[in-house]
Design a protein. Structure first.
Ligand SMILES: C[S@@+](CC[C@H](N)C(=O)[O-])C[C@H]1O[C@@H](n2cnc3c(N)ncnc32)[C@H](O)[C@@H]1O
Length: 208
């Protein structure tokens, strides 16, 4: 199974490490959250697992709220990161590492569909960093986005995928709470990295 038959190569070697980059502590089965917002989901997850959780947020104001809450709660397994997740992943993660990646309620990029996570060449790199059997979990309140994401993960990225409505009582993130309170439907798309999955980044790493 190949990830890349239809896709442009992600230019990993052209990305510098984010400013102030610090190597994360990865532990045995690390979980990565991209676009963690104020950190609601990452903080709840840190309470319920001993796995290390790295939660990245690019927007300063959101990250500051997250960072304050993380300092107050002080979970030893939670690492909040203020960075753009794309160069951060390139410099922080060896191949075949992550047990799970969460992308919860990403911007639907209505004006720039090619900026959707599942459409970006970066997706191949991210998949190379997930371990065999690891999962990619994405949630959205936009029905067309959910179906497009499912289709891309299945047809373009050649992954086994499920799609299901999010339970109306779920309250993992600020956006999820807001959408469900308004009576909107939300969807969860989950892909699993199968045995024998090949990407062009499986032997590529800046991490030593
Ligand atoms: C719509 S918000 C959702 C926040 C949170 N997951 C929630 O559900 O409440 C999307 C978040 O992703 C963050 N984001 C977008 N691109 C990012 C990137 N490349 N690296 C890190 N964070 C990113 C944005 O700053 C924004 O806070």
């Amino acid at each position: 199974m190949h990830s890349h038959q239809f896709n442009r190569l992600f230019a990993a070697d052209q990305l510098r490490a984010p400013r102030g980059f610090i190597k994360p502590i990865l532990g045995a089965s690390p979980i990565l959250e991209i676009g963690a917002g104020k950190g609601h989901h990452a903080l709840s997850l840190a309470q319920t697992t001993e796995q290390s959780i790295i939660a990245i947020e690019r927007t300063r104001t959101k990250f500051e709220s997250f960072s304050k809450l993380a300092s107050a709660t002080d979970y030893p397994n939670l690492q909040p990161v203020h960075a753009d997740a794309i160069p951060w992943c390139v410099h922080a993660l060896p191949p075949n590492t992550l047990a799970q990646v969460f992308l919860l309620y990403p911007n639907p990029e209505r004006a720039n569909p090619n900026q959707r996570w599942h459409r970006m060449p970066f997706m191949e790199f991210l998949l190379s960093r997930i371990r065999t059997g690891g999962r990619l979990t994405l949630a959205t309140n936009v029905e067309s986005y959910a179906h497009e994401c499912e289709q891309w993960l299945c047809e373009i990225w050649q992954l086994p995928v499920t799609i299901a409505p999010v339970d109306r009582r779920s309250e993992r993130t600020a956006f999820e709470v807001k959408y469900l309170a308004r009576g909107e439907r939300c969807w969860q798309i989950e892909a699993t990295k199968p045995e024998g999955y090949v990407t062009r980044f499986d032997d590529w790493s800046t991490v030593r």
